[in-house]
Design a binder for this molecule. Structure first.
Ligand code: ADP
Ligand code: ASP
Ligand code: MG
Length: 401
């Protein structure tokens, strides 16, 4: 069997944890499997590197940020190779480009265009354990790129897809995917299975246990994922096309407090205004989520929408000239908000999920600022200070204590 195993930052935090991973990997190898390992930077290394950059230049170029951030994974792959070697198994570490990762040129949020697994294959043929630096690739200018935060998950799925691996295991610091963040909600339950679509909505709604692009890619190439703990060797959660075990209406509750609400007050109430607003935001490559447009009154209307917090300033900048030209009364953003979502394919056939969610929030005296939904998700925007209380209340509503 060809097995891809990915280990996140906390799983390789220090020497002891690296050795733990080395043991886990060699165990898989000794069973006769071909093993490709993808690792992230140790512990908080990526955050620390970003902080170092900010000390020198708050607006450092994304190219240089990628050069800097990619260093974190280079450290982990070498250390893990050394640890595995100390256990008597042959291992070789490869940077993203050596492992054949070709990306586009969007620095800090690069998309994988292709993985050419020739080198990985050649090393596996020599019966080596191959250790690949997650999160990084190379663009057409031969510059190092990174895939965006949490991107190592995507590196693992990309290798599994391009090499038709038999198994893609995402090892982390919790035992699987839960009905809510188990570190925040003690009553959260581990799911045996979850569909790609549900997991994608969970990940996009703030459950960082899997990066959303990795789920998107797993679905596209039909790579079955297993999320499990690197510390406690028990069955985790399977992420796949269809699930059978748990016929639950709701699979989970997620919180995203990395969002901002952009508000425009008093734009002319004419046809084409929303188009002009959102095409400008799209041109700045910013993803918009919840949208609220007020009913026109006295010839004007208000528009509010949410964007990732890091994009708030750029979103406002992209609209400033237009809003001034149209005589809008104000244009600003607020990062004091959080998005709470409930996710589950079962809600497609069960009415009343939104009502139950709103009831729980009302009982907890939490005000809803905006609402959005998809077929399998309902999200609300609330004040940031209410976010944890809101997750707790909504989780209790659907899963009990
Ligand atoms: P890694 O370093 O292994 O990539 P991450 O920190 O990116 O790990 O993701 C794991 C974390 O995701 C967990 O520690 C947990 O706090 C958080 N998390 C948020 N929502 C969920 C959820 N629904 N199920 C499991 N973990 C979750
Ligand atoms: N080290 C990178 C990050 O912290 C990639 C990853 O962990 O997946 O975002
Ligand atoms: Mg992660």
């Amino acid at each position: 069997m060809l097995v891809v195993q990915k280990f996140g930052g906390s799983s390789v935090r220090d020497a002891e944890r690296v050795m733990n991973v080395a043991r886990l990997v060699t165990e898989t190898y000794k069973k006769g499997n071909d093993v490709v390992v993808v690792v992230s930077a140790q512990g908080d290394t990526t955050d620390d590197l970003i902080a170092k950059a900010k000390e020198l230049n708050a607006r450092a170029s994304k190219r240089e940020m990628d050069m800097l951030m990619a260093a974190g994974e280079q450290i982990s792959i070498a250390l893990l190779a050394m640890a595995i070697d100390s256990l008597g198994c042959p291992a070789i570490s490869l940077l993203g480009w050596q492992a054949g990762f070709e990306t586009n040129s969007t620095y800090s949020a690069a998309r994988i265009k292709r993985v050419n697994p020739e080198r990985i294959r050649a090393e596996l043929d020599k019966r080596r354990i191959v250790i690949v630096a997650g999160f990084q690739g190379l663009n057409k200018y031969d510059d190092v790129t990174t895939l965006g935060r949490g991107g190592s998950d995507t590196s693992a799925v990309a290798i599994a897809a391009s090499m038709h691996a038999d198994l893609c295991q995402i090892y982390t610091d919790v035992e699987g995917v839960y009905t809510a963040d188990p570190r925040k909600i003690p009553g959260a339950r581990k799911l045996e299975e979850i569909t790609y679509d549900e997991m994608l909505e969970m990940a996009t709604s703030g459950a960082q246990v899997l990066n959303n692009r990795s789920v998107e890619m797993a679905k596209k190439y039909n790579v079955e994922l297993e999320v499990l703990s690197s510390l406690k060797w028990v069955p985790g959660t399977k992420v796949k096309e269809v699930t059978q075990v748990e016929k639950m209406m709701i699979k989970g509750v997620a919180k995203d407090d990395d969002v901002a609400r952009v508000s425009i007050v008093a734009l002319p109430d004419n046809p084409g205004i929303a188009f002009k607003v959102f095409s400008r935001v799209a041109k700045a490559h910013i993803c918009v989520d919840n949208i609220l447009q007020s009913v026109g009154r006295d010839g004007t209307k208000d528009i509010a929408f949410t964007v990732p917090a890091k994009d708030a300033e750029d979103a406002v900048e992209s609209l400033r000239e237009y809003c001034e030209a149209k005589g809008a009364a104000s244009l600003d953003y607020d990062t004091n908000v959080a998005k709470i979502s409930v996710i589950g394919a079962g809600m497609e056939t069960h009415e009343g999920v939104a009502a139950d969610m709103f009831a729980a929030l009302a009982a907890a005296n939490i005000n809803i600022q905006m609402i959005s939904s998809s077929e399998i998700r309902v999200s609300v925007l609330v004040d940031k200070k209410d976010a944890d209380k809101a997750v707790e209340a909504v989780h209790r509503q659907f899963f009990g204590e």
